[in-house]
Ligand binder design. Structure first.
Ligand SMILES: Nc1nc2c(ncn2[C@@H]2O[C@H](COP(=O)(O)OP(=O)(O)OP(=O)(O)O)[C@@H](O)[C@H]2O)c(=O)[nH]1
Length: 474
């Protein structure tokens, strides 16, 4: 039985209705329960969520479960942003996944793990023009991994399948479909949805993984959002990861390119959204040049794993089965080790800094933040690592307000939080206004309650983020 705080969720809907009437009200005035992003385990079962689902579909908000299985414990809240924000017209979506619980003999709930997600995984391969996407795809399709892969290939303006893919077509791929009447992230997003739905409907059981190769000029954000915003996709397919190829020789040139106001630099965006970064074509440049490119990439995205190679020759585990959007994998991304390594790099190159201080009881609190002090308004990563427990209401308010006010700028975020009164660690991840969160395993008796959050986004001010976070600590 999955548990979730229905009271809070219901209040959320109520608040949004009120917001619709007074659309100018500031988020600071909204009661904290308007943001049920973090919650204590409570006592409402999946069945109740389902009944809520049917009863709210006619209103401005809708809830839905993610699969038809009775153990389903994900639901999302879909809100028309116009109801509470004049700025945006898109659909906002918050997904809150409850952990599964079972009842012990004495009737109390026993926490188990976040339930398995058996939807078909999909990988997005992106990267600037000529960075080696098709080369990597061929490597995936011809390698011996036992996976049956369906490919969606988006070639802008091409009339036929990329010649270099033909070999792969006859060997590795279960199915290759072309989207060639526009770019996935713009004009053919609807086609992507239909294509995935068709693959699932006609060929379910005949393939294990979907790989989508974008055009070199694609912005990954709308493609990622498709996996959450479209029911047809969301119910059957889960986003496994975004793999970004970076051309070691030409990347700096594209990263430096100054675009007109309001126009995104695709090369930067592709790095910012990545779970895995492959610095390719390393045969064409020297070590020093690659090192400096790697530093630059890490200042944009410190969450992604990065590897260097030529001709897309990477271990396939590195690109398939990444779990980049899985709550249960968050810890590996924001582990102390990762943040420290990145922090060290920042110290050397970006003037980040680390603090260790003692509290009034003499305990050392590890408290570090890493950010660059370049005055580049571009895309950077900010991490917060801080021991202590959060006040639930304040944390909900802080995160909720961030989502309402800064979701355009916050490309991705992942976190692991210690919330006062909650025995379990709370893990979350987000992409713009899509938010997924859930309690996971209980804190160990000797385990230090260290909160870790990483943000990747535009115009991020590390000090403001850190101050906001610290104000939620008890
Ligand atoms: N020297 C060198 N060439 C490479 C490497 N990887 C790929 N190439 C070549 O670079 C060219 C572009 O590679 P593709 O795999 O087609 O790149 P792509 O990202 O799919 O290109 P677009 O679809 O045009 O965006 C091809 O001629 C590849 O053979 C590499 O590591 N080193």
């Amino acid at each position: 039985m999955a548990m979730i705080s229905m009271d809070i969720a219901t209040t959320f809907v109520g608040i949004l209705k009120r917001q619709a009437i007074t659309s100018s009200s500031s988020s600071a005035k909204i009661p904290t329960t308007a943001f049920p992003l973090l919650w204590k385990r409570n006592t409402t079962s999946v069945r109740s969520i389902r009944s809520l689902s049917s009863s709210t579909t006619t209103t401005t908000s809708s809830f839905r479960t993610t699969s038809s299985s009775s153990s389903s414990s994900c639901f999302s809240i879909q809100l028309n942003a116009l109801k509470y924000s004049k700025r945006r017209t898109s659909i906002r979506k918050f997904t809150v996944a409850a952990t599964t619980t079972t009842q012990s003999e004495d009737g109390s709930d026993v926490l188990t793990q976040i339930p398995p997600d058996d939807r078909i995984p999909a990988t997005i391969i992106t990267g600037f023009l000529g960075s080696g996407k098709t080369t990597l795809l061929n490597h995936i399709l011809t390698a011996d991994h036992g996976k049956r892969i369906a490919v969606i290939e988006n070639e802008f303006g091409e009339v036929d399948i990329d010649g270099s893919l033909v070999a792969a077509k006859t060997t590795g791929a279960e199915d290759i479909v072309m989207l060639n009447n526009g770019c996935l992230c713009c004009t053919v997003r609807g086609d992507l949805v239909r294509m995935i739905a068709e693959l699932v409907n006609k060929k379910k059981g005949k393939f294990d993984h979907i790989v989508i190769e974008t055009t070199g000029l694609a912005n990954p954000a709308p493609i990622i959002q498709t996996f959450y915003a479209e029911d047809q996709v969301f119910n059957d397919v889960k986003l496994d990861g975004v793999v970004t190829l970076v051309d070691a020789k030409h990347a700096n040139f594209h990263l430096d390119e100054v675009k007109p106001k309001g126009v995104v630099n695709e090369a930067i965006e592709q790095i910012a959204y990545a779970d895995r970064i492959i610095v390719n074509k390393t045969d064409l440049v020297g070590e020093a040049e690659i090192d400096s490119l790697v530093q630059r990439i890490k200042s944009i995205n410190k969450m992604a794993n990065l590897t260097r190679t030529k001709f897309g020759n990477v271990n396939l585990d590195y690109v398939l089965g990444v779990g980049g959007f899985d709550l249960e994998r968050i810890e590996s991304v924001i582990s102390d080790e990762n943040l420290k390594e990145d922090h060290d790099h920042n110290h050397d190159h970006d003037h980040g800094h680390d603090h260790h201080h003692h509290d009034k009881h003499g305990h050392e609190h590890e408290h570090s933040h890493a950010h660059d002090h370049t005055h580049d308004p571009g895309v950077t990563s900010v991490s917060i690592v801080c021991e202590g427990s959060l006040d639930l209401e304040k944390a909900n308010m802080w995160l909720g307000t961030l989502l309402l006010e800064r979701s355009d700028d916050i490309y991705r975020m992942k976190g692991l939080l210690s919330v006062e009164g909650m025995n379990e660690r709370f893990v979350f991840q987000g992409v713009h206004d899509i938010f997924q969160g859930s309690p996971d395993r209980p804190w160990g008796p000797e385990e230090s309650r260290i909160n870790k959050i990483v943000f990747i986004g535009k115009n991020l001010d590390a000090e403001t983020l850190e101050k906001g976070f610290k104000e939620c600590l008890l």
